[in-house]
Design a protein around this ligand. Sequence first.
Ligand code: UDP
Length: 496
Amino acid sequence: MASNLHFLIIPLMCPGHLIPMVDMAKLIAQHSVAVTIVITPRNAERYGAVLHRAIASGLPIKILQLRFPASDHGLPDGCESVDDLPTFNLSKNFFDACSTLQKPLEHEFNMIKPRPSCIISDKHLPWTAEVAKKFEVPWVIFDGMSCFTQLATHNLCVSKIHEKLADSDRFILPGLPDNISMTKAQLPGLFNPGNSAKAKKLKSVRERVRAAELGAYGTLINSFEDMETRYIDEFKKLKQGRVWCVGPFSNSNKNDLDRAQHGSNDSINNNRECMKWLDSQRDRSVIYACLGSLTRLTPQQFIELALGLEGSQFPFILVVKGGSRTEEIEKWLDENGFESRVKGGGFLIRGWASQVLVLSHRAVGAFLTHCGWNSTIEGVCAGVPMITWPQFAEQFFNETLVVQVLGTGVGVGAQRVIHLDLEDEDEAGMQVKREDVCKAVKMVMNEGKEGEERREKAKCLKQMAENAIEEGGSSQFDLNRFIEDIRLHTNKGLVG
Ligand code: UDP
């Protein structure tokens, strides 16, 4: 081992958080820093193939498994990831169960050799700050969001401008390098929590996260300099330089097997047919539509999405994730004859899609996305324009970045965030109609000047994303800067 550094990585067990942290663990280990990733047994299985391949290739990665007390917190046995929750009403139970991992982790800490030099934790696990404090190591947070979101969030927290607004009021986000307008209804839950009793339960979780976050030693971000330069500069200034943009992580998966199993061991079999179908399609002709790992569209909205795609007359892949609504959605698919009608021109994936692999296929021409940050940056890395349909959390910020700042996307016209924990109440109602989907798809696929410009910009960004993680690239630079910072901090501790 070239160095005695050892980073303890603690992910939130949710695909949009665990996937990038597994990628990050590999990236750090490639710099001869030992890494231990803390996960629970089912996640060790789910992400095992990718991790074990990395270990077998010689990377210094270890896996520390902690038992997850699901049933003690009213969760079904084996429910160890947010996307396994039978209903998002159980989110608070899930976070409570996560925080009970503090004791077993503290018990293990002294046995981890070499002694961890820092903890890199998902910011949604604020109790890990207490572990870091107890063992006197820096608590670095991984923030699965962009610097655009960081800055917008900070400025809203300081200005509180949203507090005086009605839901539908359009306003300019304060203090950003660009003039960005949004409505309050589109802001993340921290600013727009909803009024139900359930929403209030989650409010305390969010506030604890925000309070802990402010005390972090520094922040690692899955982004890269050329994509959001001014936002990164501003955020770095705000945090006295302890912000390291080390992405895009997904680009570090160089072989097809890692891309295919990104997020799930099982997806290889699930996606074999889909890859074959893609091989038969023309270059840049297919719309890939996937709304992430957590979004469960209402049956009405699913129908609008499906019929909008069909109406566009472009070939498409549609990833179906119904959760508790699966039965209703399947019933419609069957009764409407959708699947047999679109056969040949439309491909449905049930369960986990090999998104990164699919996006890298030459036949994919556009990505219809919910703008989760990972999907957004994966779309950027694939060099495809995007059709944006944000759903929850900070996804409207990401849409804004893609559509208004980068100029590589067209929105379907979603108006407000959906509160995941209210899924059984269908409070979101109908937001987007099939005509909206169809129109946005046609605009993005348009062969005229506007469409061409969007595609050119997307291609440029793809190149920039590749450069960022190469030798001499900005993300390599920031990763080295981060490792050196922790090395200095550790050595100071040894001397002092
Ligand atoms: N993903 C995937 N297959 C799926 C659904 C999601 O590979 O069927 C991956 C996607 O590539 C991304 C992550 O899961 O890496 C989802 O993260 P994101 O931040 O986009 O959205 P979230 O799921 O957190 O809403």
